[in-house]
Design a protein around this ligand. Structure first.
Ligand code: ADP
Length: 437
């Protein structure tokens, strides 16, 4: 990514934000899944331990006969597993002083590991983790210390403390391999999310960049267009200041030049305002029921005089009977733009023809001239904002390249089409079709 471009920078920022968001989501998802899995594993273990505790307390089971208590209270023989007790369950019986009473039952291997357990009364009736290690062995247990009442029928447990130990090595192994799988899966999905977010940020930025560039060009072009007439007016005013004794008649040229430029500024600001409003969709198209023939004749007649004042001929041919729905202000503007251009770009003694024809529920408007014409390469761009075939900003025509983009917008708002083609032998024809409904 080229970082120096503001649009690329924006895209990069968006991409980083999406990346962090995805990372946060996956991390949270991982934590939740891990938490739920660990809880369910520990929940099962703890439930089994509580069941074991209940069996011991309720004495549901008698010690087999071959268990003998020695005089010192300790028990010889093999510790019988409680019924249904897990294979990994060990029981350590302590007397009040913390002496292990069932040492011989634990088996030598187990005892080397389990003898490190001590009677910790602070953990009475609490299920806690208990990691144990001897020289050769190490194991993790879940432990529950209980006090067995003296009246318990089981001679081994009665009146003593029993530490229920559940080996959880296999469960820890399962949890660890689950974490590994979870991390790998989340990393794969995160990488996928990075790729997806990269393409998403790229494609979602496209229209934003386009409209942002359009807006940027629009502002800089507008500023440029405003600067030229302002500079002219300033120069003329400064010149007038050097002739304080002259009369208006003496300086009619700079005054009329300034007034011309002011007129250009007025048109320009109006058009800029119109385009800005059309961009933000705040212009309401107000369709009015219009008597077509009389309305078009009314707005076109003054133009025949304007044309003849410039030694050009304007022929008007309106053939649109009945009424139709159109926004009168906007269609008037459309006609002004097309006629202004036709007159502007036609030399003296040129001919301009306007014909308006109704075809069912649509209206065909044709404005043709035998003026300078538009080259094919320019035809593609003339509806773009600020595009002028005459690139000189000081062009005598005083055009600003906004007229046709406004015309196109007006036509679109009337569900219509506008196109341009060559007139023969010279000149241009603008053809518009709008809906009258
Ligand atoms: P402008 O205010 O410059 O006339 P427009 O958007 O109305 O802006 O027109 C864009 C350009 O298209 C003009 O600068 C001019 O070069 C060209 N153009 C428009 N109408 C005609 C025409 N009837 N004949 C020749 N060129 C035209």
């Amino acid at each position: 990514m080229k970082k120096n471009n503001p649009e690329n920078q924006q895209q990069f920022k968006l991409f980083i934000k999406e990346l962090i968001t995805f990372a946060f989501l996956f991390f949270t998802l991982g934590l939740i899944v891990y938490y739920l899995f660990q809880n369910s594993v520990y929940g099962n273990i703890d439930a089994a331990m509580r069941e074991q505790k209940n069996r011991i307390i309720n004495n549901s089971h008698q010690l087999p006969l071959h268990i003998q208590k020695d005089k010192d209270g300790s028990v010889a023989g093999v510790l019988p597993p409680e019924r249904n007790a897990s294979f990994q369950t060990n029981l350590i019986v302590f007397d009040e002083n913390g002496r292990i009473l069932n040492q011989s039952m634990l088996g030598e291997r187990n005892f080397t590991l389990l003898r490190n357990t001590t009677l910790d009364l602070s953990k009475l009736n609490k299920i806690v983790d208990l990691p144990l290690a001897s020289d050769e062995l190490s194991a993790h247990f879940r432990s529950l210390l209980i006090k067995v009442p003296k009246n318990n029928q089981n001679v081994l447990y009665a009146g003593h403390y029993v530490l229920i130990l559940q080996n959880i090595d296999a469960d820890l192994l399962a949890i660890n391999s689950f974490i590994e799988t979870l991390i790998i899966t989340l990393i794969i999905f995160w990488i996928l999310a990075i790729a997806i977010s990269y393409f998403l940020s790229k494609s979602s930025m496209k229209p934003i960049i386009k409209s942002w560039l359009r807006q940027r060009d629009f502002s800089s072009n507008a500023a440029h267009e405003l600067r030229t007439p302002l500079t002219v007016i300033q120069n003329q005013m400064e010149y007038l200041l050097t002739k304080p004794k002259d009369t208006v008649m003496d300086q009619i040229k700079p005054i009329s030049t300034s007034l011309d430029e002011i007129q250009h500024l007025k048109i320009l600001t109006n058009r800029l305002l119109m385009l800005a409003r059309s961009d933000s969709n705040i212009i309401q198209v107000n369709l009015q029921n219009t008597q077509l023939n009389s309305w078009f004749n009314n707005i076109l007649t003054p133009y025949t005089e304007i044309a003849s004042s410039q030694n050009k001929q304007l022929l008007v041919n309106v053939n649109a009977s009945g009424n139709g729905m159109l926004d009168q202000d906007l269609i008037r503007q459309l006609m002004v733009i097309l006629l202004d251009n036709a007159i502007k770009y036609t030399s003296a003694h040129g001919e301009i023809e306007v014909s308006i024809n109704r075809v069912k529920d649509s209206l065909d408007i044709k404005v043709s001239d035998n003026g300078i014409g538009i080259s094919n390469s320019d035809k593609v761009h003339i509806f773009d904002r600020f595009y002028r075939t005459d690139k000189s900003r000081n062009s005598k025509t005083g055009g600003n390249g906004l007229g046709l983009s406004i015309a196109q917008w007006i036509v679109t708002e009337h569900k219509g089409k506008i196109s341009v083609k060559d007139n023969y032998p010279t000149g241009t024809i603008f053809q518009v079709t709008i809906s009258l409904k």
